[in-house]
Design a protein around this ligand. Sequence first.
Ligand code: ZN
Length: 325
Amino acid sequence: MTRVNTVLGTISASELGFVAIHEHIGYGMPGCELDSKWWKTPEQRYEETVPKLRQFHENTKPWGAATFVEATGICNGRDIDYYKSLSDKTGVHIVASTGFVGGDTALPFFERASVEYLTDHFIHEIEVGIGGTGAKAGIIKVGVSRGFKMKELDLRIYRAAARASRITGAPIFTHLAVDSAPALNIFAEERLPCHRVLFGHADDGVSQGLINEKALLDAGARIGFDTFGYDLELPDPPFWGRHRQERLHHFLRFLRSGLTKQVLASADANCSPLGWPGVKGHTVNYLFEQLIPDLHAEGIDDSVIDQLFVHNAAEFLTLTPISHH
Ligand SMILES: [Zn+2]
């Protein structure tokens, strides 16, 4: 059986239905939970989150099931018991991450951890479970620290992720697709095929001109158009926003040049942001309210939509071990 780890258990990839590949229940910088200005009661968090997940479940009805991949790393507000309760309440499958959004969001405790230590930690969270929750991580998050340049700790995390991916078969998600040469070197050195890696945020407004798309495509990597909806047309757009049509046409260039199997799409929205106000009006449901209608209007048919959100995602999330412990 193909296996995918969700917070409520391991399921078959055929049960995932429509997959939003890179989303957040709540993302925040480490320490935000200590700032009373941003405290949210459990009731507030449920109130902000449950209707969005219920709507997501409703929107995915034609696909038979809904899967929400929670791409928040270890130190950025990950809360597994909360995800379990949300999944149970709404019927949405939730896939949780091990790993870190980047070296600069790893708490000092992990700063000097060796590659071996980090590898073991990631493997434990994927194969045994996260803390005492009983839930297993389904993906490994890594990322480029601020400044758009890989730092030493980023590199250590990437190498540990590559080793953990080979053993557990969990896919790797990168925060940012910039400065990819050191990443591609590590994956080559560790003999991890790059189709197990999704280079994320290749579509955001601040990375344009800084991403070597050709190198990523030649290596066989997957490319994430996963910040759909952070449009400059919003009343209060974030600094990484981009004009809606520009992003759409960037994506269409990939779809029209036969690269549909190498791309994945998502909205990177927060149901209930932690320690920041979030981006008003942006939710995972943008995929149904705006993106899919935009793609249809451009003549993209349903088989391509299914390829992107069902088949590519299922193949990528399927645990595919390459080597043994
Ligand atoms: Zn994200």
